[in-house]
Design a protein. Structure first.
Length: 442
């Protein structure tokens, strides 16, 4: 065997060991209805383009396997103009798939959720898409607009607005392994009060799966008048992060409903004194609530600016677990009806008060009620908090710093910038005609 032949053979053996997959020439496929998806043989880098105007009553199944370097894309020839309507829905089933620029309106699905990531989906993405007023004629029909199964999936830069029927707007479903999903830069538009459970804008998990970890991240979203029920975001799993979101005139709360070890930080709650507007509700173990800004909230008890609940003695999965080791730190609470509620929900069943509660370094300005003690927390630390405009209590000192309104019409504390840096300058709590679509374009 010659030296050159030996080099070639070694190269072939090496490629066999490490795996070699040459990049294929990417193709574009134009389809005019869902049936044309059936015969497609999609390879990494390919693109499927919706065209025409026959996208009524279409069940689209986007099934393929891309790669990180070459995802497979499903898009629209005319984003925002080609509308999936009637009884249309979409299933995303595969790996490294991107759905970009689809719109659903003028109808409602009769069998499935509007958009669903399959249980085996991985590293898939829904972006720049919308679901607008996609409702049945009766509000008791329950379906979700977006169901996220699988792992490492993402929903971003989408508009989900006008849901009037039963069912959570977006659900992250759990499995035996964490999902690591990301929900970011979306606009969740107004939802009317349903008068019952099932009207959340986001739910992460279920009661039955609440002791499993999710590791989902919800960030840079806008929740505009999301009034479906008491819980705007309902966390029912462990190890989630809710960070840098805006809750604008929402008649409900960000709720740690089940599960442990989650975090809410750097969120903005602007109530504008609208009735029943709330903040953050804490249940479970090792929850962290820090560096949030809450202003003009009128809720009390369950819907106080920060509400720490009582619990059942031997709770079932769907009941209330005791608050233990919660840290509530460095939050700014201004002009709220009830700044802090401790032991909220206490009754003949919810008899266990919070234990090992740490509440430190919060600044509370002009509350009507500073703390409402529904029950007395056990082995807890409440200290180094500052107040203004209300009588002192144990653990609070008089705030002697400075306050100034900034360009977002939010209060800055001691001239330290307090603002959702990701909002455009025109946004402020006194502007009732906000162009929220501009707030997620970055």
């Amino acid at each position: 065997m010659t030296k050159n032949m030996w080099k070639i053979l070694k190269g072939v053996l090496l490629l066999t060991i490490i795996g070699y997959s040459p990049k294929m020439q990417a193709k574009d496929f134009t389809v005019i209805n869902a049936a044309e998806f059936v015969g497609l043989k999609l390879a990494p880098g390919d693109k499927v383009i919706l065209s025409g105007n026959a996208w009524k009553d279409q069940e689209i199944v986007f099934k393929a396997k891309g790669t990180e370097e070459q995802p497979i894309i499903l898009t629209s020839a005319k984003p925002g103009e080609i509308i999936c309507s009637g009884n249309s829905n979409l299933k995303i089933d595969g790996e490294w798939l991107v759905v970009d620029g689809l719109a659903f309106s003028n109808g409602y699905p009769e069998k499935e959720d509007v958009i669903a990531f399959s249980k085996t989906s991985r590293h898939c993405r829904l972006t720049n898409s919308s679901i607008l007023n996609y409702n049945p004629p009766y509000k008791t029909k329950d379906y979700k607009w977006v169901s996220v199964y699988g792992t490492n999936n993402r929903v971003d830069h989408c508009a989900l607005t006008g849901k009037t029927n039963q069912g959570t707007t977006l659900v992250i479903w759990l499995s035996e392994t964490p999902n690591y999903d990301r929900i970011d830069h979306n606009y969740f538009g107004p939802r009317p009060d349903l008068g019952s459970n099932g009207g959340e804008s986001i739910r992460i998990g279920t009661s039955e799966w609440s002791m499993h970890d999710s590791y989902a991240k919800v960030e840079f979203n806008v929740f505009d008048k999301c009034n479906g029920e008491t819980e705007i975001i309902s966390i029912k799993s462990g190890h989630n992060i809710i960070i840098n979101n805006l809750f604008y005139e929402c008649e409900g709360t960000l709720t740690f409903r089940h599960g442990n070890n989650s975090e809410a930080a750097y969120n903005f709650f602007i109530g504008n004194n609208v009735k029943n507007t709330g903040g953050i509700r804490v249940i479970g173990e090792n929850q962290r609530v820090h560096d949030n800004y809450l202003e003009g909230l009128t809720g009390s008890g369950f819907r106080a600016a920060i509400s720490v609940m009582n619990a059942f003695e031997n709770p079932k999965p769907n009941e209330y677990f005791q608050v233990n080791n919660a840290i509530i730190k460095n939050n700014i609470i201004i002009d709220c009806k009830e700044a802090i509620a401790i032991g909220s929900g206490k009754d003949d069943k919810r008899i266990l008060p919070p234990v090992n509660l740490v509440m430190i370094e919060n600044v509370i300005i002009n509350p009507i009620k500073l703390i409402n003690y529904f029950d007395v927390p056990l082995e807890s630390t409440i200290k180094n908090n500052q107040i203004k405009g209300v009588a002192k209590e144990d653990g609070f000192t008089v705030f002697k710093g400075s306050l100034i309104r900034n360009k977002f019409n939010l209060w800055e504390i001691n001239y330290q910038v307090v603002s959702p840096f990701w909002l455009v300058e025109s946004v402020g709590p006194n502007n009732r005609n906000l162009n929220f679509s501009e707030m997620i374009k970055f």
